[in-house]
Design a protein around this ligand. Sequence first.
Ligand code: PMP
Length: 427
Amino acid sequence: PYDGPTGDEIMNKRREFLSPSMFYFYEKPLNLVHGKMQYLYDDNGRRYVDAFGGIATVSCGHCHPDVVEAIINQTKRLQHSTILYLNHTITDFAEALASKLPGDLKVVFFTNSGTEANELAMMMARLYTGRHDIISLRNAYHGNAAATMGTTGQSIWKFNVVQSGVHHAINPDPYRGVFGSDGEKYAKDVDDLIQFGTSGKVSAFMSESIQGVGGIVELAPGYLPAVYNIIRKAGGLCIADEVQAGFARTGSNFWGFENQEVVPDIVTMAKGIGNGIPLGAVVTTPEIAQVLTHHNYFNTFGGNPVCTAAGLAVLRVIEKEKLQENARVVGSYLKERLLAIKDKYEIVGDVRGKGLMLGVELVTDSELKTPARAETLHIMDKIKDMGVLVGKGGFYGNVFRITPPLCFTKEDADFLADVMDCALSKI
Ligand code: PMP
């Protein structure tokens, strides 16, 4: 039994000692004390099916024994910076990671977060092309440092940063977007931005392949191939932010961008690649990687032995336990069940996503697509009371985000769908 501080005691200390900017889920936030694979336990020993931990960094499952063992063993052996001395953990993981990427994408730079990875990717693109302008998507989330807050395309995540050289293209959102599912029409907007908003040449285009924070928005079919063409004609590089959609999550492919059959010039990743350990990475070609040799560049903890040992263990677990295949099978099963729920309730406006990255958007009017914000909050609380944790996102806060650890089973999927059905039936 747990005999630590209660949720109220922790809340009081949070109010006093932690940044007031920290937010939490649920009217009465959960006090989690233990995790095991796709399950989380609160201070009363109550078990929850975790259908959101995937985004909050867990890919293999909470406290996966292989990953825990790799972390413990490496911590006992050596934990240090990898900049100045040799150690095999960083090269072992870099080699294994490079083998998962297509084309000439094989040079890895490790960071501690997704923000850092995207900041570095943007800087490299600017150095490589000698240009400044970057195009990203409205509704995107790429991080919260100066440059990435610029490419992030939602006012709710932006502060007063100098957003220099960033142009936000029309979001190719099949549900809410002006051109429906016509990827090529949206791509034309990127061409327009280049022709009318820049010198005609740009440094990069950066996008997620499925928007996560933005509410699990899949890019309209054909969008990325068309945009990559346009960007390359304008001398720019294509950056894929795989922080959420990468690492086997979409099931059909290891990387999200592969679902649109493109090969980026720079790929960034974080979150799930460390299964809870702070780890991010930028992968690019040997030629582009050269730009960082012009001056001195380092990251004290990026790629340290403990984090890279964890990263390698995560990759091995994904392969050993066939988690990509599991994401495909369980994800499509769950999506079928959610689509059936959509048919039952008018408030469910859209069900979308791929593999174990699914979204359920709630609207009070299916024609006008009016965001059902209060209802989403209310139902999310009810779902939690019935033992399932889902996330919430979208600009209007009206999309359930379902991104469980990749070990999620069909039984978990059924439980989640039954609980969601029950909660919706009572609204
Ligand atoms: N890119 C995407 C797609 C993300 O979802 C996030 C985090 N939500 C980031 C980048 C930033 O990652 P971090 O919070 O690790 O800096």
